[in-house]
Design a protein around this ligand. Structure first.
Ligand SMILES: O=C(O)CCC(=O)C(=O)O
Length: 263
């Protein structure tokens, strides 16, 4: 079901449809919805100069224990500009910091990694700790756009750059203890569209304990995927190899890290 929110509204307006609606109600509801949009836009005149005027069409993605919202946050022209700016600003990790540990073995990550955020924050990811570099102007801009769209504040971003469809990310959950469980993970994609796959924890092994279909979506240029609680408790996600993809993609996952165990 489609939902719409304004970029400055804290939660989605629910446009639920009623199967049993009485005749004529569609028209009345449509008119109400238009009024809500009009009023919302009016309320947000202050935002005109920061460019946050249009309501965002959200798409709800739900399955057992999976709760996500997906929307196109940036129109193509703006997304192109942000992509170019990030290519100039972001400094990716090198050397040992590009290695991860899986079951005690060390591997080079099949993509580039960078971590930015508030001063003093550290994020431990696949056995390695990464210090946050200070926000760049473009990262701050994107973070603020995500906050306006969702009502959630973020203090950290993990950046993954995939040079083409050979670069990928294996199946995992973002369930580290230092992440605020009440804050969704907000994933912004720029560049080549890529497939993104969720798999339920109980349907991963060869001898499936349960038959639960994976949830697959394509993350578009300029899109925002919100992974709400409890998605990362029950579902693993991955960005699989796609050999036909020949251009790069940058993904930013905005997170809220608990500082000394506090919000
Ligand atoms: O590039 C992507 O969309 C995947 C990112 C991801 O899974 C992560 O940062 O945990």
């Amino acid at each position: 079901m489609d939902t719409f929110v304004s970029r400055t509204r804290k939660g989605p307006i629910d446009w639920a449809t009623d199967e049993q609606r009485e005749p004529g109600r569609n028209k009345i509801e449509e008119k109400c919805n238009q009024d809500i949009i009009k009023n919302t836009v009016k309320e947000e005149e202050d935002d005109y100069f920061t460019g946050f005027l249009e309501p965002i069409p959200w798409q709800k993605i739900e399955a057992e224990g999976l709760d996500c919202d997906y929307a196109l946050l940036f129109p193509k022209q703006e997304a192109d500009k942000l992509y170019t700016q990030l290519e100039e600003e972001v400094v990716y990790l090198t050397g040992d910091k590009t290695k991860i540990q899986v079951f005690g073995k060390v591997y080079s990550v099949p993509r580039k990694l960078a971590t930015y955020g508030d001063t003093g924050l550290t994020y431990t990811y696949s056995g390695l700790s990464h210090q946050a570099s200070p926000w760049t102007p473009t990262l701050r801009y994107i973070r603020d756009a995500v906050t306006k769209a969702t009502g959630h504040a973020f203090n950290f971003v993990l950046i993954n750059r995939y040079k083409d469809g050979h670069d990928h990310m294996g199946e995992h959950r973002d369930d580290e203890r230092e992440l605020d469980p009440l804050c969704p993970i907000a994933s912004v994609s720029l560049g080549a569209p890529r497939d993104f796959v969720f798999r339920h924890q109980e349907a991963r092994r060869k001898q499936h304990r349960r038959q639960i279909n994976p949830v697959k979506l394509e993350l578009a240029h300029g899109s925002l995927l919100l992974m709400n609680s409890p998605t990362n408790t029950h579902w693993y996600h991955s960005l699989p190899v796609r050999k036909r993809v020949i251009t790069p993609r940058i993904n930013l996952t905005f997170r809220r890290i608990l500082q000394d165990g506090k919000k």
